[in-house]
Ligand binder design. Structure first.
Ligand code: SF4
Ligand code: SF4
Length: 82
């Protein structure tokens, strides 16, 4: 493999990896139902991206950090995130 071919190959590989990387979506579709949320903080603890904060007793999701992994949805004992 020539140097040029290697360069092309690595560039293409990098582009494919970047394209497949699921970054923050910036516009999460998740909603916190504040009538159900009891502020237990379980969602905040489970979120791997620190996208949830408990503010005034309710979970608040930062859409700029959320990757829509759905862990918070699965763990919420009140079914308050959907
Ligand atoms: S896990 Fe559910 S009830 Fe607990 S803080 Fe999060 S949204 Fe609220
Ligand atoms: S869906 Fe995942 S990334 Fe988004 S707030 Fe819930 S736990 Fe965090």
């Amino acid at each position: 493999m020539t140097r040029f071919t290697k360069l092309i190959f690595l560039t293409l590989l990098g582009m494919i990896l970047l394209a497949s990387c699921k970054g923050p979506l910036g516009n999460t579709m998740l909603t916190v139902d504040t009538t159900r949320c009891v502020g237990c903080g379980e969602c905040e603890e489970v979120c791997p991206y620190d996208a949830i904060e408990i503010i005034d007793g309710d979970a608040v999701i930062d859409p700029g950090l959320c990757h829509q992994c759905n862990r918070c949805v699965e763990i919420c004992p009140e079914g308050a995130i959907y």
